[in-house]
Design a protein around this ligand. Sequence first.
Ligand code: ADP
Length: 508
Amino acid sequence: MDKPDGHICFDVIRRGSREPLVVNNLLESAYATTDPNVVPYQLQTYIGQAVACQNTPVGSLCVVYQRDFVPDLQDIQLLTTLAMALSIEEERKRSEQALLDSYQLLEHRVDQRTADLKAANAQLHQEIVERKQAETALRQSEERFRNLIEQSQDGILLMDTDTCIIEWNPVLARITGITREEAVGQPFTLLQNNMVLEHRGTPENIERVSTTIKHYFTTKQADWDQLSFQSNVLRPDGTGCITQSIVFPIMGGEHPMLGCITRDITELKIAGEQAFQLELEQERSRILADFIRDASQEFSTPLSVIKTSTYLLTQIDDPEKQKQHMASLDKQVAHIQALIESMIDMARLDSDDDIPFQRFDINKLIDEIRVRITSIAEKKELALRCDLQANLPLIDGNHKSLHQAMIKLVENAFEFTPAGGSITLRTHQEKDTVVITVKDTGIGIHAADLDRIFERFYRVDPARSRRGAGLGLAIAKKIAENHLGHIDVESTPGEGSAFRLVLPISPG
Ligand code: ADP
């Protein structure tokens, strides 16, 4: 289409006036050159009116004539009326179109909304299904959890971060005699009236356990070993049992918790105690059997010597030889006597736990011994030395027993130290003990024998040990132990031995 500029109608539209435009003598006007219809159609008169839609000119209505004349008012009014009618029609059409458009838009929106709603509905449905599945899983897991707690063979207690009890199963109710209703909602320390706690043999305070648990929830650190304890439970009805409990964290959930599993170990304890007693009894029987075997061996040699000597006495007439056999008989009888005495001592020490103790100065006891053995040492050509620490702390002990122990050590020193050697008795304080040393320059003891010389009836070389039956050191050791002390020894073969009797200082 050609350009609108220059067209008379275009000017009418542009003018936008409600008044009609009348142009005469068109062929002579500027429109003859600008409007392409004027000259070809020999147009002379133009009457035009803008057609508006919603107050905006959208077109024009015109009447053109090939003669030049002044149109009368009626013609112009007719055109104006027609233009208005066109305007109204145009507006109606446009409204209709707008209505159509908005209807289509609405329909589109309804479709879209319906699709959205369908999708949302499907999602909602899916969510409901998933939620139901989750609820079922949760219910099942809760049921399993409850079954586990209800049917557990052990007592189960759950507590929150304030150590407030939130779960208490039937076994725990049976163990403690406290019902679930009485326990739930109460603090963990509720148990302190019924349970006497113990951790690795030492008394444990339930308040301390509670503090440790609370501390765990704030710091996430705990000494879990400390949270395992044994208890003596006393039920409200007066009955009781022994339990083993262990506290452990339950993390990961929305609310952190602590669990405590408690097991009734009364029967286990009784069985353990019985097994221990049985073992003890077996050990006693074994020791007794060993003792009888060793003792009978010790008796058999002197007895067979006695038997032979007695027989020979009846067979020989030589008074000198008879004298020799009588001497041998005396010696063997003395040996048996000494043996019996040692065995009686040993048996008494084994059974007598309650020997009376006095507080005394061990230096005095050593001095008494020194006086007693000085002449023996001279006879055996042994130098006797004494090195006693002044102001030695006192000890609590049985004077007679300690005297006996010291005599055993000194007798051995005499026996195993050749003439020309020396024996030193020394006392000194070492930390909270008093140490009494019997040191000799004798034959010494080989390392292999050092561990065994304190065993009953053990002798390094029975042939060389003329006197004892191997009970001397066992007796001395037992006496030291009865005084909560011990004996140790250092020895170098060929150079001598030093036996140390170590006793605790009197607490005052
Ligand atoms: P016994 O009463 O027969 O002497 P003990 O129990 O006193 O028995 O000693 C056990 C063994 O330890 C002795 O047979 C001896 O071999 C060894 N013994 C003990 N004291 C000494 C010592 N001072 N020097 C060397 N050996 C020793």
